[in-house]
Design a protein around this ligand. Sequence first.
Ligand SMILES: Cc1cc2nc3c(=O)[nH]c(=O)nc-3n(C[C@H](O)[C@H](O)[C@H](O)COP(=O)(O)O)c2cc1C
Length: 369
Amino acid sequence: MLRFLTAGESHGPGLIAIVEGLPAGLTVEPDAIDHDLARRQVGYGRGGRMAIERDHAEILSGVIGHRTTGAPVTLRIENRDWTNWREHWLNDDLPSLTVPRPGHADYAGMVKYGLDDARPVLERASARETAARVAVGALARRLLAEHAIAVGSYVVEIGSAIAEVPELPLHELWRRAESSDVRCPDMSAADRMRSTIDSARQAGDSLGGVFVIGATGLPVGLGSHVQWDRRIDARLAGAVMSIQAIKGMEIGPAFENARLPGTQVHDAFRFDGEGRIVRPTNRAGGVEGGMTNGEPILIRAAMKPIPTTVTPQHSVDLAQRRPATTQYQRSDVCAVPAAAVVGEAMVAWVLAEALIEKLGGDSLAEMSR
Ligand SMILES: Cc1cc2nc3c(=O)[nH]c(=O)nc-3n(C[C@H](O)[C@H](O)[C@H](O)COP(=O)(O)O)c2cc1C
């Protein structure tokens, strides 16, 4: 059984993740984790925080001499910003927030936990937490790589700027996205995305968008049709939807498929010249019957616009019980490229979990056998 927990606040000393269930013998180079952490930090439209942080995952347990031992792996990522908040934190005089921001966790969190200040809520609801998830995802990605499974992503929409994705192999799209600060493989759309972000910034507003996560090299049969909670589509949906601000996802072109007759949607089976089964199309997005079907997994995820805006939004002051407008907190204008990297981590996690279920084994050697 593979599982993880994260802990830590946005402006506290740091983040922690504990991962249990990784097989022994997996090579873990700290640089590979930091590489993914750096990918999460970049992206046109990020706020001032990312200029402060240089995320590095320190491995505190479960890895000896760059190899997992089978024991829980503890990862710690320091918050560099902590030095700016330390005194407030220790003296319990963090700036309070009593005007909940529409779209953020402030209001529901205050009511749920009986708080008169949203500060503790935002400290944990903040997507700073996703740094820990990306570090965990890097471990999952290592395990997948041992089985020639790769996970990548690209951005297709930011606000009203929509990409026309060229007909290229997934790995080429990922390669192009990697060199784009909006993670978009369509270079002319990337220019429009940057302008849209500039306009939103000037207007004191924020943006969301859509990204595609893909996975290649998958065997047939990760997940199962036999029970609802074993279906890989359900597990992928839960994992992707658990990312802050992700409000929709589809596997393959699901919403477009819903408007078409079955004969135009379902992917035909054929034999190639050597008697192997091939599927000329992949409108199912790599999943049939709650199981991987051997085709690449394709997931589109929708991120809502960032809730915090420079332009004040209508709200109420819960301390003074009067109408109020929101106060700006340092924030991203657009974090879709970063969210795509977090999406990769969550998809890698679910696939690694399903792979361990299928292959079993306490060590990598046993899994490989
Ligand atoms: C990578 C990433 C960065 C984010 N940055 C911000 C931000 O700077 N300001 C903000 O208000 N929300 C930001 N969000 C979104 C909030 O964390 C999210 O909207 C909030 O926690 C409420 O949760 P919900 O949108 O899932 O309902 C970010 C989300 C992600 C995935």
